[in-house]
Design a protein around this ligand. Sequence first.
Ligand SMILES: C/C=C/C(=O)SCCNC(=O)CCNC(=O)[C@H](O)C(C)(C)COP(=O)(O)OP(=O)(O)OC[C@H]1O[C@@H](n2cnc3c(N)ncnc32)[C@H](O)[C@@H]1OP(=O)(O)O
Ligand SMILES: NC(=O)C1=CN([C@@H]2O[C@H](COP(=O)(O)OP(=O)(O)OC[C@H]3O[C@@H](n4cnc5c(N)ncnc54)[C@H](OP(=O)(O)O)[C@@H]3O)[C@@H](O)[C@H]2O)C=CC1
Length: 445
Amino acid sequence: MKEILDAIQSPDSTPADFAALPLPESYRAITVHKDETEMFAGLQTRDKDPRKSIHLDDVPVPELGPGEALVAVMASSVNYNSVWTSIFEPLSTFGFLERYGRTNDLAKRHDLPYHIIGSDLAGVVLRTGPGVNAWKPGDEVVAHCLSVEMESSDGHNDTMLDPEQRIWGFETNFGGLAEVALVKSNQLMPKPGHLSWEEAAAPGLVNSTAYRQLVSRNGAAMKQGDNVLIWGASGGLGSYATQFALAGGANPICVVSSDQKADICRSMGAEAIIDRNAEDYKFWKDETTQDPKEWKRFGKRIRELTGGEDIDIVFEHPGRETFGASVFVTRKGGTITTCASTSGYMHEYDNRYLWMSLKRIIGSHFANYREAWEANRLIAKGKIHPTLSKVYSLEETGQAAYDVHRNLHQGKVGVLCLAPEAGLGVRDEEMRAKHIDAINRFRNI
Ligand SMILES: C/C=C/C(=O)SCCNC(=O)CCNC(=O)[C@H](O)C(C)(C)COP(=O)(O)OP(=O)(O)OC[C@H]1O[C@@H](n2cnc3c(N)ncnc32)[C@H](O)[C@@H]1OP(=O)(O)O
Ligand SMILES: NC(=O)C1=CN([C@@H]2O[C@H](COP(=O)(O)OP(=O)(O)OC[C@H]3O[C@@H](n4cnc5c(N)ncnc54)[C@H](OP(=O)(O)O)[C@@H]3O)[C@@H](O)[C@H]2O)C=CC1
C-alpha cells in the first residue's frame, strides 16, 4: 500500500508505473458484519449506535471482472445510506448482497459475511478489467454510486430504471470507505483538479441526487424564479439543493433547525430561511394525528418570506414528519419531489389538497450516469462547491456515522482513507484560489 501511496504522491508517476504496481493482497476497509445484524434488536432507531456496528477490518482484494476498475481510495465521505446500513434499518443490507450474489457467478463475489460500505470516493485507478477503454491506471477520479447491468431494455432511456440497478457500497459490496474499492468503470468521472481528495469525495452522492431530484427533467425540472422549499437546507442533500436553486435563478426557502445552520444558508446566498426549532412547528399532535393548523402556520410563514407566493417545488426527504405539510404548502400545479423518508416511510397527507390543486409527487432516486456527470461537471467548473465540514480518519468512521445519525454534523462529513492528511491532491491552485472562500464555507463548523 505504501508503494501505491508513493506513486500517487509523486508528480513523475506515469500510467505505466501505476499498471506495474503490484496489488496488495489485502486492504483496510470499513465493514459491518453479517453475524451482528440483530445486535440492536429492541432498541429505538435513535439509540442504535453506528460506533458499535462499524468495524475496520483487513479484507482481501476482490477479483477484477470485465468492465470494472480497482481504485486506490484517497478519501471518501459518510452518507446517510451508511448510517442505515450500520443500524440495519429499514432492513439488513446483507439481503441485497445475497440477492445480487444469486444473479451470476461474478456477482457471487459480493455475497460475503462482511459488507464493505461507502458510496463516495476520490482516488486513483489501479487496474481496469477487460473491455475498459475510457479509463487507465493512474487516472485521478471520483466515482458515482450507480451500479447497473444494462442487460434489460428497461434502463436504456434512463439507467436508473434498469431492473438490476443498485447503489454501490449499499446494495453491492466493496464500497468506498476503504483503501481500495471495486467499481464498474461507468461509475468513474474525472476528479475536479481544484479540490483536495476529501473535498472531491464529498459531493458525489448527494450532489448527483439533488441534481436529478431538483434540476433534471427526470425530477422537478426547476426553472428561474421557482420558489423551492428545501428541508434540511444545510445538510447533505440540502446544501447542494440550495446551491442549485441559487445558481439556477430560483428562490430557495431554506428550512433548518438552528441559528448556526441559518447562518450557513445565508452565507451560501439564501435569504428566506425558516428555523423549524425556533418557530416550533408541530405537524403531528401525537403519533397518529397531524395538525393542519400547523401546516397553515407554516404556509403563512412561507408567504411572508415570498411576498405572498406559495411553493413551486418542495425538496422532500424527511418523510413522515414533514410530508403532510409539504403537500399542503405546495402551490396549485406544483411539485413535491421526494427521495427519502428519514423520519418514517409511511407518509400521510390530505389527498384533497393534492388532487383538487393538481399537484404532483415525484419519486426520485440517485441519478443516472449522465446526470451524475453533469453534476460533477458543475463542481469541476466551480459553479457548485463541496460542503465539507469535518474530516475523520478511517479509524473514526463509526464516530463520523454517529454524528450524521444524530444530526450533529453540517453539510458533508469526509473520511481520509489512503490520504495521510487533509489538503492533498490539488492540481489547479489558480482555480482553487478563485473559489477558496466558497470551498471552505462549511469547514470546521
Ligand atoms: C443513493 C442513496 C440512497 C439512499 O440513501 S436511499 C435510503 C436508503 N435506502 C432505503 O432505505 C431502501 C431500502 N430498501 C428497501 O426497503 C427495500 O429494498 C424495498 C422496500 C425498496 C423493496 O423491498 P424488497 O423486499 O426488495 O422488494 P418487494 O417488492 O417488497 O418484495 C419482492 C417480492 O415482491 C414481488 N413483487 C414486486 N412487485 C410486485 C407486484 N407489483 N405484484 C406482486 N408481487 C410483486 C416480487 O416478485 C418479489 O417476490 P419474491 O419474494 O417471491 O421473489
Ligand atoms: N434516494 C436517494 O438517492 C438518496 C436518499 N438519501 C436519503 O435522504 C435522507 C437525507 O440525507 P442527507 O441529506 O444526506 O442527510 P443529512 O442528515 O446530512 O441532512 C438531512 C437534514 O434533514 C433535516 N431533517 C432531519 N430530520 C428531519 C425532520 N424530522 N424534519 C425536518 N427536517 C429534518 C436536518 O436538518 P435540520 O435539522 O437543519 O432541519 C438534516 O440536517 C436520508 O434518509 C438519506 O438516506 C440521501 C441521498 C440520496
